[in-house]
Design a protein around this ligand. Structure first.
Ligand SMILES: [Zn+2]
Length: 383
């Protein structure tokens, strides 16, 4: 295209914002957008992406919404992450994180301020960075199991579920695939899909066939589960123990010597620890995962699990205790970088430590006490 027109609708016309047409897109500048919230950058990058996904690669955005908005949302997040870094939707109010966009507002009278939203004062405080993938994840978990993703746009249970299943979940599905394949292989997949299907009408099956052809793998199991079941991904490190190896009481023959082991003779075992880690699949979706185990002497061990059974146990006898275990996305290349399993609906159970870390609780208690103290000082003014 020789030209691209970007229209930023005037105030009061925001219903026309965020829409895509060939060579014409509409933006949507928000009044009082907080400093580091990517508005209107995010929506412009998104609508520009549609020049490719449906514009050139003419997928059916009504009947296969995930293929249209999903691939576009994935592209959008990659561009935003590369160009701008993390967005900032959460900010701190006196060190407590608060959802950034709409709190502590001053409402303006309709005349003459029609179309100008309330002024959010609090958003000009401290900000907390939030990556594109965290942002998408927080919207995905709200409707993770409400619908099967592969549906026509009008067939989802709610408008929120349409949004999750057409934008955020497919973006996370593709990002998880990228983490598995590696960025270069994923880029080859996307380039081939684009070059092969521009000026044509690809379907979901065409996309899956392209993935399988370029990777040389059969990844039907991945798409079948995530596109055609409403299943949930949830892995957990459910148990972690690490105990000194103790000799059993008794009389032993050790190098020709008669040795009697009493209860107090723990040290006899030579300072070894027996560790056990249980990892469980709580959701119905089966994905391979990687687990990283950290020992007290700094040694790191990596384990892979296909996730087919509901659980698996790992046992170690090592001169050092296990300190922690954490679950990540599996990678085709065993030396590939570790990424969080973005499709997991519960991150709180994805890792476990042998000893609880009390520092965060102390930090929050200290903050809480500080504000209680201030509040009591305020009250004392009335005494
Ligand atoms: Zn869109």
């Amino acid at each position: 295209y020789k030209t691209l027109t970007v229209v930023d609708p005037p105030r009061g016309a925001d219903g026309a914002g965020g829409m895509e047409y060939p060579t014409l897109i509409t933006a949507g500048t928000e009044w009082w957008a907080p400093r580091r919230v990517l508005s209107p950058e995010s929506v412009i990058v998104h609508e520009f992406g549609h020049q490719y996904w449906y514009g050139l690669v003419a997928n059916n955005e009504f009947e296969e919404a995930w293929l249209d908005e999903g691939i576009n949302a994935y592209s959008q997040s990659l561009v935003l992450e590369t160009v701008y870094g993390p967005s900032h939707l959460y900010e701190r109010f006196f060190s407590i994180p608060v959802s950034g966009q709409r709190w502590l507002e001053i409402k303006l009278p309709t005349a003459p301020f029609r179309g100008i939203g309330p002024i959010p004062l609090g958003t000009y405080g401290q900000y907390i960075p939030q990556s594109e993938w965290q942002r998408r994840w927080s919207r995905y978990i709200a409707n993770a199991d409400l619908d099967v993703m592969r549906h026509s746009a009008w067939e989802y249970l709610t408008a929120d579920s349409y949004r999750t299943n057409s934008y955020d979940k497919p973006a996370l599905l593709l990002r998880t695939l990228e983490n598995y394949l590696g960025r270069d292989l994923m880029a080859r997949v996307m380039r081939t899909y684009f070059q092969r299907y521009r000026y044509r009408h690809p379907t979901t099956q065409d996309f899956i066939d392209t993935v399988n052809e370029i990777t040389g793998l059969d990844l039907d199991w991945y798409f079948d589960q995530l596109l055609s079941t409403g299943g949930v991904v949830d892995y957990a490190v459910s148990d972690l123990t690490s105990e000194p190896v103790e000799d059993q009481r008794g009389v032993y023959d050790r190098q020709g010597q008669r040795v009697t082991v009493q209860e107090a003779d723990e040290a006899e075992a030579g300072g070894l620890y027996r560790s056990m880690i249980t990892i469980r699949r709580l959701g119905s979706v089966v994905l391979p995962v990687r687990m990283e185990i950290l020992f007290a002497n700094g040694e790191r061990v990596q384990e892979h699990w296909d996730g087919r059974n509901r659980w698996r146990q790992f046992h170690y006898i090592n001169p050092s205790r296990v300190v922690s275990a954490e679950i990540f996305s599996a990678t085709l290349d065993p030396a590939g970088p570790s990424h969080p399993l973005f499709l997991d609906v519960d991150f709180t159970n994805n890792s476990r430590r042998l000893e609880p870390d009390h520092l965060p609780a102390l930090r929050w208690t200290a903050k809480f006490m500080f504000w209680i103290q201030n509040l009591l000082h305020q009250f004392s003014a009335f005494s």
